[in-house]
Design a protein around this ligand. Structure first.
Ligand code: ADP
Ligand code: MG
Length: 882
């Protein structure tokens, strides 16, 4: 057996091998050591002939294996499941075993592991002239690919999809993409899997097509290579069928609003920066979906909003249509009248509400479908699938009455009536989880099965009759007929009555206070019952598999319905949010203008009592007001107004209504944010380095159609370094390519307000505070004009810094401010003692040019070549220049 184990293990070296032994999956050697540690199960050992070669071993029971499997997968391991593939009773020698499936973090269909609101992607990357990646969710069948010119863009794309496993070619570990990404499960496979010919051939063969033009990706290279390799890998691990993967979709770049990874995190789109929680993110606030498909679509739409005004407006039309009961709420009189009008008044029940009610009965149709296709679906899965498609006809009817994308979608919707009828007729609602215990198929579905079942039932009734008869014949009152697996049917007689047992009773078993017997008649029945039962179980299983295969053939139709359901859910959820949270429809167009009236932060407003959040206006365009410099003390609300402007723009481009009283959004192509001071310890970079990386990325990639949010740039270094960098960055942003970039810049360097004097398109704003009794009150209102103070000390006092420290700071501030500007109007903070220290003066180069020319002259001077007279002249000369 160990020899067999070793041969199999040889082929699955990078996986933990679950080796089926009776009712257990056993693990040996290193696998056992690893698994026992992760699973917290006992590691034992088995004597392999002599003591020296003890084999470490541990095992998990077959019936609860999935929990253990889930733990290993979540820990980033791969598990190869090796089953007995022949009947142990018929086997000669060691039972034949085979690996039937490899479960890896990126290729899971187990419910225990999947999060129903998130896609579980397996990804692969490839470099071939440019950067390509491919993504596949085995549990839903989605298969995507993309290409980018730069590795940074590719990294952003991959981080957005957050794959659970990344496939790469062997020897690629030094690839920049792989070095930068932090993915717990890296899988290496031969590089020829990624060669164009192999990869393309694999795809063509799988989809049964002759070229990839139909999928719109024939002209891609690196992306195709990545996709082909991914499919090869999946064939290796899944063994079973992959028919539910029926389309390869290029990720559209032209139409997508690009948000780089740090902006995604800074804006807390799908999780918070601290702790990575879902709660507190934009997604969490907006997600009122009721199906897993809808939740996944919403998440994806938030991570990849659109940039096409036409598409966005179509989405907004659809949401608006679903919001329609807003009017009827106001005119409740007409509503009452309509309700009294008769049966047709159902139409007045808000469409949205009715759709949501229907959707709430829908399970994860995409994942159910995948389990059907992969042959893992049980009776309960088919029942859930039936319930999930049951609302389709009504859903279709309702959508047909609406406008926009849902009405369009409903026109070609296949409501799967045949599949529903098939399942309704055949699968029992109370089907057990397993497939071998029967109770799967409804009566009346198959006559042979009905007959077998009736034999079983009849015989049972017969046995009850026999029990009564035997009691009467023998006069033993408590005689009963029972069944156990080893002895089969028996007659049981209490010890006290053993004397009354007739001669034809054959004794089989003795218990403490009873004896068990059989009779020829009982044996005969037993045979009939058992064979009928066995046959019926086998038949049920066969019928079930047949039905499941029929459903599998409808896979592509089911997936289309699932995608329709996802859209209905997505749009009704957006409508529900719009109504619940008092959002308005933004005007979206291709102009270069963003105008938000009374905008609110979609997440923070919920953390406050209603009405407490102070709304603010933001206006940006390319002619008069392109760069906003926002000053104000800490805690004034600068970061909040910055983020809310980015979030409102983004929400509009998702197709959502927005938290404002009015909004006009000229679509932006990219949103960049540089927010807060967060050490990125994971990547081993200091705060300042991260900050400068992000700044460099913005300056290199922002276009005149982008929106840039800068929060406190240059904080991680000395004041003058920081100020100088902030100044130069602002200049670049307002000048970039002659057009500039729409930017909102929050800063506590009030010196930056000077920029507005030099550049027309830079405008100053500040957040209002009122000074009161030596303290300040925050007004949270964004007002025109800059501030000349930072109020840092007041905030320190509010934060509880001891009084004497605050007073000392005030005193010091007085000294510093007195010296803040020297006689030439240049910042003088660096001057500590009356005399200017040379070292610090070096930091003032930005503002002081005259010292430079002196320095240059001195540098060029060669004292050895000067006559005493010349030297004296030079000295006078230099002195004159001071
Ligand atoms: P800053 O960036 O200026 O230091 P923040 O934007 O971080 O300030 O805001 C600090 C706190 O002030 C927020 O956590 C929030 O509680 C409150 N706040 C900010 N903006 C508003 C607003 N518009 N209305 C009400 N409270 C606000
Ligand atoms: Mg801030």
């Amino acid at each position: 057996m160990l020899r067999q184990y070793k041969t199999i293990k040889e082929q699955y070296q990078d996986a933990i091998l679950f080796y089926r032994l009776g009712d257990f999956y056993e693990m040996f050697f290193d696998d056992a050591v690893t698994a026992s540690r992760i699973l917290g199960i006992t590691l034992t050992s088995r004597d392999n002939r002599n003591k020296k070669n003890r084999v470490p071993l541990c095992g998990v029971p077959y019936h609860s294996a999935s929990t253990y499997l889930a733990k290993l997968i979540k820990a980033g391991y791969r598990v190869a499941i090796c089953e007995q593939v022949e009947d142990p009773e018929e086997a000669k020698g060691v039972v034949k075993r085979e690996v039937v499936r490899v479960v890896s973090p990126g290729a899971v269909t187990e419910e225990q592991i999947l999060d129903d609101k998130t896609n579980q992607f397996l990804a692969s990357v490839c470099f071939d002239k440019n950067w390509g990646a491919s993504f596949l969710d085995v549990s839903t069948g989605e298969f995507l690919l993309c290409e980018h010119d730069s590795s940074e863009d590719l990294i952003d794309e991959i981080q957005g999809m957050a794959p659970a496993e990344l496939l790469i070619a062997e020897g690629e570990d030094n690839n920049p993409v792989i070095r930068y990404l932090d993915i717990s499960c890296l899988t290496r496979r031969p590089s020829f899997w990624f060669f164009r010919e192999n990869a393309r051939e694999t795809l063509l063969e799988h989809f049964q097509i002759t070229n990839l033009t139909g999928f719109g990706c024939e002209n891609l290279r690196a992306g195709i290579n990545a996709a082909g390799a991914l499919l090869t890998y999946l064939k290796e691990t899944q063994k079973g069928h992959l028919e539910h993967i029926e389309r390869l979709t290029p990720i559209e770049k032209e139409d997508v609003l690009i948000i780089d990874d740090s902006s995604r995190r800074n804006l807390e789109l799908v999780q918070t920066i601290l702790g990575g929680a879902r709660e507190g993110s934009l997604l969490h606030t907006l997600d009122l979906t009721v199906t897993p498909m809808g939740a996944r679509l919403l998440k994806r739409s938030i991570l990849f909003p659109s940039r096409s005004p036409e598409e966005i407006n179509r989405r907004l039309d659809t949401v608006e249509c679903l919001c329609k009961d807003r009017k009827s709420k106001q005119s409740s009189l007409t509503e009452t009248r309509d309700r009294a009008a008769g049966p047709d008044s159902a139409r007045n029940k808000p469409l949205r509400k009715e759709l949501r009610k229907l959707l709430s009965a829908v399970y994860d149709l995409e994942r159910l479908n995948s389990r059907v296709v992969l042959g893992n679906a049980g009776g309960r899965d088919l029942v859930a699938l039936k319930k999930s498609i049951a609302p389709l006809p009504r859903l279709c009817e309702l959508c047909r009455r609406s406008h926009g994308l849902l009405e369009e979608g409903s026109r070609q919707l296949d409501v799967l009536e045949d599949i529903h009828a098939l399942l309704e007729k055949s699968i029992r609602e109370d089907a057990p989880p397993g497939l071998k215990e029967g109770n799967l198929i409804k009566p009346g579905c198959n006559s042979e099965l009905d007959e077998l079942v009736s034999i079983v039932n009849d015989t049972k009734r017969h046995i009850l009759a026999m029990e009564a008869r035997e009691r009467e014949r023998t006069g033993i009152p408590r005689l009963k007929i029972g069944f156990n697996k080893i002895f089969g049917y028996y007659l049981e007689v209490g010890k006290a009555w053993v004397g009354n047992v007739p001669e034809d009773f054959i004794r089989k078993q003795t218990l403490v206070n009873a004896e068990r017997y059989i009779t020829p008649e009982l044996k005969e029945f037993e045979h009939k019952v058992l064979s009928a039962e066995e046959k019926s179980l086998a038949l049920e299983y066969r019928l079930f598999v047949e039905i499941r295969s029929k459903v599998a053939l409808a896979s592509s139709r089911i997936l289309k319905a699932a995608s329709f359901i996802a859209r209905v859910d997505f749009f009704t959820s957006l409508a529900e949010a719009a109504l619940n949270f008092n959002y308005v429809r933004p005007r979206v167009n291709g102009d270069q203008k963003i105008s938000i009236k009374e905008g609110r932060h979609p997440v923070i407003e919920h953390a406050m009592p209603p009405g407490k959040f102070v709304p603010n206006n933001i206006y940006l365009d390319q002619e008069s007001q392109e760069v906003l410099i926002i000053t104000g003390p800490n805690m004034a609300g600068k970061s909040t107004v910055l983020r809310q402007s980015a979030l409102i723009t983004l929400m509009a481009q998702v197709g959502s209504f927005v938290p404002a009283s009015e909004a006009e959004v000229g679509v932006v192509d990219k949103i960049f944010t540089r927010v807060g001071a967060m050490d990125d310890l994971r990547r081993g970079q200091s705060t300042f380095m991260v900050e400068m990386n992000e700044t460099a990325n913005i300056l290199n990639n922002a276009t005149d159609k982008s929106l840039v949010i800068l929060d406190e740039i240059g904080r991680g270094t000395s004041t003058f370094d920081g100020l100088a960098i902030a100044w130069a960055v602002s200049e670049e942003l307002v000048n970039k390519n002659g057009k500039g970039v729409k930017t909102i810049f929050a800063t506590h360097y009030h010196e930056l307000t000077e920029l507005a004097r030099i550049y027309d398109r830079i405008r100053n704003f500040h957040i209002g505070v009122r000074e009161w009794n030596n303290s300040i009150i925050f007004l949270y209102k964004l007002l025109a004009g800059g501030t000349d103070r930072s109020y840092g000390i007041e905030v320190a006092a509010l934060a509880g810094v001891p009084g004497h420290v605050v007073r000392r700071a005030e005193e010091l501030l007085g000294h510093i401010q007195k010296d803040e500007f020297n006689s030439q109007g240049l910042p003088g903070i660096a001057r500590k003692t009356g005399k200017r220290s040379k070292k610090k003066a070096g930091q003032l180069q930005l503002f002081q040019e005259s010292t430079d020319s002196l320095r240059d002259k001195l540098k060029d001077l060669q004292p050895d070549n000067l006559t005493p007279r010349e030297a004296l002249d030079v000295l006078y000369n230099l002195k004159d220049q001071l």
